[in-house]
Design a binder for this molecule. Structure first.
Ligand SMILES: [Zn+2]
Length: 326
């Protein structure tokens, strides 16, 4: 049955105020949901970067300038166990953040946390459990992001246990070649987690440390009311964002059992889901800008992946679809 707010992206409901009834199809109400708000601006940002305040090579100011000069609207400086203050750096918003690490026998957890205010991190210290840190950050109105889960050797079971962490990096530049073993890409791992009931929303980030070419390579486009810390964090909570190395999503609309995507010109559009094989999920061509996909029986989530002519990718968050076929 269709219900108000039935179309979701990742965990929470998306834009329930934008849901509109557009008629009935075989007695079933068809609803149309746009996952992004028409006309609202997207802001470009990196949610994961380091400076000399921990193990990065550049000073905080040099990091800010690196991203500002490349056209970023916001940056979260996320040094290890060290929170930076919010500031306006020549028109670029700096969001308070930190990265906390936890070790387990066969894996690690690196948590990137963004705060509404640097003071909200008070009380977090090495030695705390990851569950206590996640609870603290959420109670302060902040956001927890699972960093580079493939690099961290995370298991789907462990990822599923992370209550209070609803966002993960699908791509982390520093965790990929030529900087590291090729584990920057967490697509497959996060698909397994989603198929097992943990559909993280997806960001992409640099995790910049040496500033040797990994900077300004993967980012997140966030659709927010204004360029401010509360507005960016609210948009991250509500799911109005996508991850990218270059291609752009302009619109994602779910109507009935179809998903329509409008994008910048790309060479491939792929509809990934929990199903092993689906006829027609891969679309290829030159200058593709609009594709429509019909959800198949058994598809509990669908996420959309773009690849442009240069091989650069963009990722939507998983769209929860298990209810769409009634
Ligand atoms: Zn990091």
């Amino acid at each position: 049955m269709w219900e108000k707010g039935a179309v979701t992206c990742g965990y929470g409901e998306i834009d329930t105020q934008d849901l509109s009834l557009i008629g009935r199809d075989n007695g079933r109400t068809r609803m149309k949901t746009q996952l992004f708000k028409p006309g609202m601006r997207f802001f470009k940002g990196n949610t994961h970067a380091h400076s000399t305040a921990s193990d990065g090579r550049l000073s905080p100011e040099a990091v800010f300038e690196t991203y500002r000069a490349t056209g970023y609207d916001f940056l979260a400086l996320t040094d290890h166990w060290h929170v930076c203050a919010a500031r306006d750096w020549r028109g670029m918003l700096v969001i308070p953040g930190a990265e906390y690490d936890f070790s387990f026998p066969t894996q690690v957890l690196h948590l990137v946390c963004l705060y509404r205010d640097e003071g909200d991190a008070a009380g977090i210290a090495r030695g705390m459990s990851h569950t206590d840190v996640i609870r603290h950050v959420n109670q302060a109105g902040g956001i927890c992001i699972a960093a580079h889960p493939a690099w961290s050797l995370n298991t789907p079971e462990f990822l599923k246990s992370l209550d209070g962490v609803e966002i993960s990096e699908v791509y982390n530049t520093m965790s990929d070649e030529p900087f590291n073993a090729p584990r920057g890409n967490s697509e497959s791992l996060l698909d397994v987690a989603a198929a097992n009931g943990k559909p993280f929303r997806l960001v992409a980030a640099d995790d910049s440390h040496p500033y040797a070419g990994e900077q300004c390579a993967a980012w997140t486009m966030v659709q927010a009311e204004t360029l401010s810390v509360p507005a960016i964090i609210a948009a991250l909570r509500e799911g109005r964002f996508y991850a990218t190395q270059g291609p752009d999503f302009h619109d994602i609309t779910v109507e009935g059992d179809t998903i329509a995507v409008e994008t910048s010109p790309v060479s491939r559009v792929t509809f990934c889901s929990n199903l092993y094989w689906v006829e027609g999920r891969c679309r290829a061509g030159s200058g593709l800008t609009r594709e429509v996909y019909r959800v198949h029986p058994g598809e509990r989530f669908v996420r959309v992946q773009l690849t442009d002519a240069n091989g650069k990718r963009a990722w939507s968050s998983p769209i929860i679809t298990e209810h769409l076929l009634g």
